[in-house]
Design a protein around this ligand. Structure first.
Ligand code: L3W
Ligand code: SF4
Length: 441
């Protein structure tokens, strides 16, 4: 059984409220952290090996140590709660059921970073969660953990919750900052990174909800102990939101040593595939990461079981591997049509493109229309090559990663399921009346 650090108290009645949270050890990490120096805290986070849980996996301690500290300029912590990646709903779970864990992590992190004004930017569609967060903030304040002179240490902190307005792109950190400043959420060119020029051009750390929540067990256990959990550069635990053709969709905390096979088939996690169907493919890290067919998903290139962690999921690069991404784990059974699925993702990215870069603005639309043509049985073999050509011209040629995120799923679908695209073209009548999954797999 995986060790639980973030969800260990999730089942306790009333844990959403301060009283139960505190009674079960809550805010002890703040008390410990405020007795340490900010530099010591950053060192603990570096030692823990924690990597950003939003998708990129960038080392958190390194990001914190990049934070510029010009004299007299305020610094900020911004929590990215704009969880909009299709298949990803782990941050929602944390905020909805254990909001104090995030607030506690934010107090420690803000102290470590020297921030007195911190923000949670939450996706607009999570319309019921800001009230939960605001209540947790009020409770923490009423108990001396927020506001002026926290626990008599002289440290002041205010936290504000800002709702987004339904744009996926505002989960990209610089678009989020633009939106927080009251502007249209257009991504900025990096560098400068937010750590140097962020909110209102001030040094800003933007971290995912789960990343900041993980600061609490890191301080409780110490960075060294935290680093012992997991394997290699995949330390600690990771929340996975599992969905698709599985018996037990939900949010699971894993310790990154378990295999993909165990995660899909064990009763502790997904509980297998309904109706005894075969596993066809999986998108293990949110819609932006490459899809992998079952044979590559379960084993790495040297035949070892593929594990649920950053390195193992990426084994072999994109030719034979994928990414941990945000931990949005989507399983496709034998009845699913990869062309249809890819078309649906292409429509999403086309709709969510902010339109600043030509390859993304135009390319996502072209990819969607070509995929639609193939899915509707009107495609030609040249369309597959055209699709490949378009995705290759988007990747790496845009301001923000949305372009890459739109290109990778298309590239992976063609790379691993070309026969399925060809079937659609060779069987136009059939594919108008049934899924490839039902007909061709
Ligand atoms: C200072 C440097 N800071 C890098 C910081 C940078 C950022 C972090 C990672 O995209 C991915 C994307 C999606 N000085 C720095 C530095 N940083 N060098 O490190 O940066 P980066 O550019 O690698 O990634 P990103 O722009 O943060 C995120 C993928 O995640 N993704 C998306 C998931 C979406 C959600 C959601 O809806 N919640 O999670 C899933 O895989 O494709 O590749 O903070 O500033 N020299
Ligand atoms: Fe906007 Fe797409 Fe360019 Fe990102 S890649 S800045 S979403 S047009």
């Amino acid at each position: 059984m995986s060790r639980k650090l973030l969800l260990k108290n999730a089942h306790i009645e009333g844990i959403r409220f301060f009283e139960a949270y505190r009674k079960n050890g809550g805010y002890a990490a703040v008390e410990k952290a405020l007795r340490m120096t900010p530099e010591e805290l950053v060192e603990q986070v570096k030692t823990s090996g924690l990597r950003g849980r939003g998708g990129a996996g960038f080392p958190t301690g390194m990001k914190w140590s990049f934070l510029a500290k010009p004299e007299g300029v305020p610094r900020h912590l911004v929590v990215n709660a704009d969880e909009s990646e299709p298949g990803t709903f782990k941050d929602r779970y944390l905020m909805e059921y254990i909001p104090h864990l995030l607030i506690e992590g934010m107090i420690i992190s803000s102290f470590a970073l020297g921030a007195n004004l911190s923000f949670i930017y939450i996706r607009g569609e999570y319309s019921w969660i800001p009230d939960i967060l605001e209540q947790a903030i009020e409770e923490a304040k009423a108990n001396g953990f927020l506001g002026k002179n926290i626990l008599g240490t002289g440290f002041d902190l205010e936290i504000f919750v800002q709702r987004g307005a339904g744009a996926y792109i505002c989960g990209e950190e610089t678009a989020l900052l633009e939106s927080l400043e009251g502007k249209r959420g257009n991504p900025r060119l990096k560098p400068p990174f937010p750590a140097v020029k962020g909110l209102w051009e001030r040094p800003t750390v933007v971290n995912n909800v789960e990343t900041i929540a993980a600061i609490v067990p890191i301080i409780e256990l110490g960075g060294e102990e935290y680093a012992k959990i997991g394997v290699g550069k995949s330390t600690g635990t990771k929340l996975i939101s599992a969905c698709g053709n599985i018996n037990k969709p939900g949010v699971y905390e894993i310790d990154m040593t378990i295999s993909v096979e165990e995660f899909i088939y064990s009763d502790e996690y997904c509980g297998g595939i309904p109706n005894g169907k075969r596993l066809k493919a999986c998108i293990p890290g949110g819609s932006s990461v490459p899809i992998l067919p079952a044979n590559l998903l379960l084993k790495t290139m040297n035949g070892e079981p593929r594990l649920m962690n950053y390195e193992s999921l990426a084994d072999g690069g994109f030719a034979t591997g994928t990414m941990m991404g945000s931990g949005g784990f989507e399983v496709l059974d034998e009845d699913q049509c990869v062309v249809k699925h890819t078309m649906s993702l292409a429509r999403f990215y086309n709709h969510e493109s902010c339109g600043q870069c030509t390859p993304c603005r135009e390319g996502t639309g072209w990819m969607y229309r070509i995929l639609q043509k193939i899915e509707n049985g009107q495609g030609t073999m040249q369309d597959i090559d055209l699709l490949w050509d378009i995705q290759s011209k988007i990747e790496g040629n845009t301001i923000c990663p949305l372009g890459d995120a739109a290109a990778w799923p298309v590239a992976a679908a063609i790379r691993h399921f070309r026969d399925e695209f060809e079937w659609h073209i060779l069987n136009p009548e059939l594919c108008r009346t049934q899924n490839y999954g039902l007909a061709g797999y």
